[in-house]
Design a protein around this ligand. Structure first.
Ligand code: HEM
Length: 279
């Protein structure tokens, strides 16, 4: 009788190559996720240390200590309240998204997974609608093109969150997983933007950027912040389904490149953007 450790039971030829390529793909995705989780934890830390602390102390004007932030506006009670809700829920949605992707939570605490999933989707919805109101209703934008590009991100969050929810209700769990991953990446569009800006700006000394986020590089980076991660995800999902080990290896390589770029951007974002507000 063969056991799991019996060499005769191991797949040979194409089967073995496919398993090795699957493992490589999985490890590359895990590496990206670990680096992203560190960067998202730093983002959460900054939000709590800056916005959380100022809000608790009642120093709403202190929100604006961060450059180019129109958080507090004297006399705009509704706008200030909605800004507070937006930035404080940013912690919930970012943390909730991270927790959804931890396999141990999914496997060992399925009830927690279901509840964080519900909280994540409701919060993502509120954040996207609130963000759209802050942008166009308040209004808060650095340039019209930057407002349009972040609004597209908001619309994608709404579409993906609705789709993921619908698929879960219909118990189509494979489709649910795909839409939930898209929603996770779209929700992190604002985080990706900061990471992307902090790769581009130091490497090119700010080529194509200006202070209103309307230079050619700014426009490309704002679009890439959600389009590129979504394209990489589509490649990853296809590679998972593919029987071709070369396709899996190629996407694993793409993920390793993405991990390096994400890591660089996270270091830049922490050192340049967030550190002064994390202490
Ligand atoms: C769901 C994911 C989102 C997260 C986690 C998030 C997070 C944040 C954070 C942390 C801030 C404070 C700015 C900073 O200190 O860097 C902020 C501000 C803001 N967000 Fe969002 N946001 C999200 C989605 C959106 C969307 C989709 C829009 C627009 C459609 C939007 C519009 C805004 C606006 C207008 C501000 C004020 C910016 C300023 O004063 O210059 N957000 N957001």
């Amino acid at each position: 009788m063969m056991t799991l450790n019996d060499p005769k039971a191991r797949p040979v030829g194409d089967g073995a190559a496919r398993l090795a390529a699957d493992r490589m793909l999985r490890r590359a995705a895990q590496a990206w996720f670990c680096v992203a989780a560190i960067g998202q934890a730093a983002f959460i830390w900054m939000i709590i240390a800056h916005y959380g602390r100022k809000t608790l102390a009642g120093d709403l004007a202190g929100w604006n200590d961060k450059p180019i932030i129109k958080g507090y506006v004297a006399g705009d009670a509704l706008g200030n309240f909605l800004f507070a809700v937006h930035v404080l829920l940013a912690v919930v949605v970012t943390l909730g998204g991270l927790m959804q992707l931890v396999p141990a939570i999914r496997a060992k605490a399925p009830a927690l997974h279901r509840w964080t999933g519900r909280v994540f989707f409701v919060t993502a919805f509120v954040m996207a609608l609130g963000g759209l109101w802050l942008t166009w209703g308040r209004p808060t934008y650095l340039s019209l093109i930057s407002a349009i590009l972040v609004s597209l991100n908001g619309v994608l969050i709404l579409v993906f969150a609705v789709q993921a929810w619908r698929m879960a209700v219909a118990r189509r769990f494979d489709a649910h997983r795909r839409w939930a991953l898209r929603a996770y990446l779209a929700v992190n569009g604002v985080w990706f933007l900061r990471v992307a800006l902090m790769v581009w700006a130091p490497l090119t000394r700010g080529w194509g950027m200006d202070r209103t986020l309307s230079g050619p590089a700014d426009i490309a980076l704002q679009l890439c912040a959600y389009v590129l991660p979504l394209l990489v995800l589509e490649a990853y999902l296809r590679a998972q389904d593919s029987a071709n080990p070369n396709a899996k290896r190629a996407v694993a390589g793409l993920l390793i490149g993405s991990t390096a770029l994400t890591g660089l951007g996270v270091v830049g974002a922490v050192l340049i953007l967030w550190r002064p507000y994390m202490l």
